[in-house]
Design a protein around this ligand. Structure first.
Ligand SMILES: NC(=O)c1ccc[n+]([C@@H]2O[C@H](COP(=O)([O-])OP(=O)(O)OC[C@H]3O[C@@H](n4cnc5c(N)ncnc54)[C@H](OP(=O)(O)O)[C@@H]3O)[C@@H](O)[C@H]2O)c1
Length: 329
């Protein structure tokens, strides 16, 4: 069985198509015919050698996928390897997709839905009537986060570039143009007492401003370092610096909390628990998608073999939702 996959050969290069012979599935494994995968911010960082858990070149990117295994539509979180038309995966890593949910729709909420749901309900523990700030509300995670928050009865202040403001507003957020407005000053106007949570994937020095937006009892959820994507140096360092800063803030007696959210926590040492939790949470998110609570936001679709163009599109920014890759037949 041959697979067509996209390989990132060396740092700075865009992925190229290659084919290789797939090994037969081993015990507990299954062949998955991929129907949809997608572009995450992680691949922009990985291409530059700047992902905090950077894979060694050459590798096949692809953070998550949806496909058919043994006649059933399933989804998997892979971190790497998803940009292929066939993959062999451990059966225990597969989560069923409900009937009536298309592969492309499901693809918009695998990594993004898991991240958004857990940050809202496990990290920040938002409550009905809260007001929160979502930076980058137009992105793959951001669009799902806004929708889940609105569903939970939470008011959302979302930031985006000027092109995406209308679409973010349509998701139910009050919008701030982060290119042309002073985000900190505008949030202060909208929520003078501070907010219950800030979701910050930007990192860098701006994290200080995010912290200052919190009301008493509020939580800063830091979950990325998008601002350091193009800064040379050790890929783990920006995240380690963030974590150190958050820990200091957490120890101060100020009635606010700060946490770094990591979707992969527990993956290495508590695998069975990690898998069970992933299945539970993704099943919940898929049900919300099936029931129309989450509307899938697809920014663009590309054939899998044109993943390099899809990545260029994502790197240019200015889109709303998820960039989806679809293997041809
Ligand atoms: N910690 C975890 O476990 C975890 C899990 C999943 C994702 N993440 C993080 O979540 C973030 C979003 O991922 P995604 O796949 O949803 O990305 P995405 O779809 O590419 O969206 C990225 C969003 O961030 C904005 N953005 C990019 N660079 C920025 C910068 N320097 N300053 C401010 N905003 C910036 C973009 O706005 P424009 O288009 O207007 O530039 C866009 O709204 C990433 O930082 C990723 O690393 C973390």
């Amino acid at each position: 069985m041959q697979t067509t996959e996209l390989e990132m050969a060396a740092q700075g290069e865009f992925p190229r198509v290659r084919t290789r012979e797939l090994p037969a599935p081993g015990p507990g494994q299954v062949l998955v015919r991929v129907e949809a995968t997608g572009v995450s911010f992680a691949e922009q960082q990985m291409r530059r050698g700047k992902y905090y858990d950077q894979p060694k070149f050459p590798f096949v990117p692809g953070y998550d996928l949806v496909g058919i295994a043994d006649g059933q539509r399933v989804a998997a979180l892979t971190k790497v390897g998803g940009w292929a038309d066939h993959v062999v995966l451990d059966r225990e890593d597969l989560v069923p997709v409900p009937d009536g949910v298309s592969a492309e729709a499901a693809e918009t909420v695998v990594v993004n839905g898991l991240t958004a749901w857990r940050m809202l309900h496990r990290a920040a523990k938002v409550k009905r009537g809260d007001t929160i700030v979502v930076l980058g509300a137009s992105g793959g995670v951001g669009t799902v986060l806004v929708q889940l928050a609105r569903h939970a009865g939470v008011d959302v202040i979302g930031t985006s570039g000027p092109k995406q403001l209308d679409e973010v507003r349509a998701l139910g957020a009050t919008v701030i143009d982060h290119r042309n407005e002073d985000v900190h000053a505008r949030v202060r106007e909208l929520a003078p007492e501070g907010v219950a949570a800030v979701f910050d994937h930007v990192g860098g020095p701006g994290i200080d401003a995010s912290w200052k937006l919190l009301a008493r009892g509020g939580t800063l959820v830091s979950y990325g370092s998008a601002s350091t994507r193009d800064v040379p140096g050790n890929p783990a360092l920006p995240v380690l610096k963030l974590i150190a800063k958050l820990q200091v803030w957490n120890t101060l007696p100020n009635g606010r909390g700060a946490t770094f959210f990591n979707l992969w926590a527990g993956h290495r040492f508590r695998r069975a628990r990690f898998r069970a939790q992933l299945r539970e949470d993704l099943t919940r998110v898929f049900a919300l998608l099936r029931d129309g609570v989450i509307e899938p936001r697809i920014a663009a679709r590309y054939p899998l073999t044109e993943a390099a163009d899809a990545l260029r599109f994502a790197e240019a920014g200015g889109f709303t939702g998820k960039v989806v890759l679809v293997p041809e037949g």
